[in-house]
Design a binder for this molecule. Structure first.
Ligand code: O7E
Length: 213
């Protein structure tokens, strides 16, 4: 599964990239840059073309978190991403909302950046355990830290794992492919001279790496 991280600020450019890459992309991830620039309507618009994962990095008290999830699903998102460090009660509340929409909840175990080792890394395993206990659908785990991806895969055998960090952040497909169900890729696709060809190649490389690893 290839998820396109659509971290653009122009509606026209975003729709152009989605149109060009649609044959090779399974879902589009929207993040703050595009929603703060184009408004929440962009979620609805994109959801008419592809499944949308709303990456609002939910990290608030249960009540506020549930409002954020509600807005995302109401506008056509198929899934939301929550931070895991916020704890079980937040995930439970978001799951209640997701169930009303038949939506998915992905939980971040640890971010891809080096600084995330200072705090999040120490709890990534525990976060994966809690996400599994709560019944969340999947995890977001860092391609830049293959040892962590392997660790959370061990804990959460049946959860879907999506992994960002391939390409621009220097994560390597062959090191994580066998542990994950999908990859999240942004700049290597939308900044490429030929985004369609870049998406095709990355998807092919991922599928090949899964077969051979
Ligand atoms: O590096 P790129 O351009 O391929 O984009 C990666 C995307 O994945 C980008 O939208 C970023 O916000 C997201 N991401 C990470 O890069 N690292 C993480 O640890 C987690 C995410 C993510 O999507 O999780 C939500 C917080």
């Amino acid at each position: 599964m290839l998820v396109l991280a659509l971290d653009l600020t122009s509606r026209e450019k975003a729709l152009e990239i989605v149109e060009k890459t649609r044959d090779f992309v399974d879902a589009v991830k929207v993040n703050y840059p595009i929603v703060l620039s184009c408004g929440i309507e962009i979620v609805k618009e994109l959801s008419e073309i592809k499944r949308v994962i709303a990456d609002f990095k939910i990290a608030d008290i249960p009540y506020t978190s549930s409002l954020i999830a509600e807005i995302a699903f109401k506008n056509g998102a198929n899934a939301v991403i929550s931070h895991g460090f916020v704890g079980r009660d937040v995930l439970e509340e978001i799951m209640k909302v997701a169930e009303n929409y038949d939506g998915k909840v992905y939980v971040v175990t640890e971010l891809t950046n080096e600084g995330a080792r200072e705090f999040m890394g120490q709890f990534a395993r525990k976060i994966a355990e809690i996400a599994k206990e709560v019944g969340c659908h999947g995890l977001i785990a860092p391609a830049t830290k293959p040892e962590r991806v392997r660790e959370v895969r061990e804990v959460a055998k049946n959860l879907e794992i999506l992994s960002p960090g391939i390409g621009a952040q220097k994560g390597k497909l062959e090191e994580i492919a066998k542990y994950v169900d999908g990859i999240i890729v942004g700049r290597s696709i939308y900044n490429a001279d030929n985004p369609k060809e870049a998406a095709r190649k990355i998807k092919e490389e991922f599928e090949k790496a899964k077969l051979t690893s």
